[in-house]
Design a protein around this ligand. Structure first.
Ligand code: NAP
Length: 333
């Protein structure tokens, strides 16, 4: 912030990372019920890229500031806010707005974040670990010794799945590019190269009785192969966002068809947009405690200053990342 101004990174047109431009804004006092927060850390995720490029059925109007979540410090409060105080470290799941030096947010949507946590690591819990945790413990209820396949295992959500899956005692298989297999092995999973290997055959040979779960962060094109590796009674949980309205309809059609199909297997869906802070707060508290205890250790592939979001997006879009990419306030770099 300089002279009551602050900067944000704005999507100015549909397209590549060059569509992200730094803009200057006026800092204003927060409205009633609002908090003004100085952002410390914001994760960069695949959905930030999808909404910029236009790969989602329902898109925000341009210009908009991407950024699905943040960790920050409350800087000013509007009238009537009692649940947070100036100086508190807080977080929120925003969907948009995190690529900025400051954000204005309805105070009831904020949760307290322990000061002891590293902001970059904590930022990965708000979206990526939340998705993995809620899929495994809310959508289904995994138990030690059960077997699961993670599709998209090397990315931000995927590596969170593997760390939380190991803690839950799962036997895990993960689809990933060969360069990332070492990381999967370290995280306790059996890696499978989906580019060259028939993963259904590999899993059927390793686990002839079938898997209990498939966690699919990619598209509906994985439904048939995912169902093929499940045992009777097994569940495929889909959490990947559809790329277009047509793909959304296809996804819905396959959900209905495969849940009616009498094969004893089912498909469930998960999306953070269906929840709110009340539905997430307990799970974030559990994740903060796991991080504090050293039981999870987010793999931060690279950190960038917030205003270098275009470079961070280019890196994630390259497909070379194992783990998470995080944007940080300059003093944390
Ligand atoms: N429902 C929700 O609320 C929610 C929330 C967050 C994210 N998501 C979804 O979760 C998915 C992952 O997001 P993320 O931010 O973790 O992405 P990410 O960090 O970019 O990781 C995605 C990984 O998927 C792998 N991949 C790419 N194409 C693949 C394919 N055809 N088959 C198998 N693996 C493939 C790539 O690794 P390799 O090089 O190893 O192939 C890539 O690193 C996205 O679809 C996103 O929309 C959903």
């Amino acid at each position: 912030m300089t002279n009551n101004k602050y900067h944000s990174v704005v999507v100015t047109k549909r397209g590549g990372p060059e569509a992200l431009q730094v803009m200057e804004n006026d800092l204003r006092p927060p409205a009633a019920g609002e908090a003004r927060i100085r952002i410390l850390a914001t994760p960069v995720c695949q959905d930030d890229i999808a909404v910029r490029v236009g790969n989602r059925p329902f898109l925000a109007k341009i210009p908009f500031v991407p950024g699905y979540a943040f960790i920050g410090v409350v800087d000013a409060l509007g009238d009537g806010v009692t649940n947070v105080a100036v100086g508190d470290r807080v977080a929120a799941l925003t969907n948009f707005g995190g690529y900025a030096e400051y954000i204005y947010w309805d105070a009831v949507g904020l949760v307290q974040v322990p000061e002891t946590l590293d902001p970059a690591e904590a930022a990965t819990l708000i979206l990526n670990y939340l998705v993995a945790y809620q899929v495994m413990h809310r959508v289904v209820a995994v138990r030690p010794g059960e077997k699961a396949l993670m599709i998209g295992a090397s990315g931000g959500v995927g590596t969170a799945f593997l760390q939380l899956g190991k803690l839950a005692g799962l036997e895990m298989y993960g689809l990933a590019s060969p360069a990332k297999h070492g990381a999967l092995i370290e995280l306790g999973a059996t890696p499978i190269d989906y580019h060259t290997d028939d993963f259904v055959a590999v899993i059927r040979a390793a686990a002839p009785g079938g898997l209990d779960y498939v966690f699919n962060g990619m598209g509906e094109e994985y439904f048939e192969l995912g169902l093929a590796v499940l045992r009777r009674g097994g569940v495929l949980v889909h959490y990947g966002g559809p790329e277009s309205f047509g793909r959304f309809l296809l996804l819905l059609g396959k959900f209905i068809l495969y849940n009616l199909w009498p094969n004893g297997k089912s498909i469930k869906g998960y999306g953070t947009h269906r929840g709110n802070v009340a539905a997430f707060a307990d799970d974030w508290a559990e994740l903060f405690a796991l991080l504090e205890a050293g039981q999870i250790r987010p793999i931060i592939a690279q950190k960038f200053p917030i205003l270098a979001a275009a470079k961070a997006n280019a890196l994630l879009e390259s497909g070379k990342v194992t783990g998470h990419v995080v944007l940080l306030a300059p003093e944390l770099m």
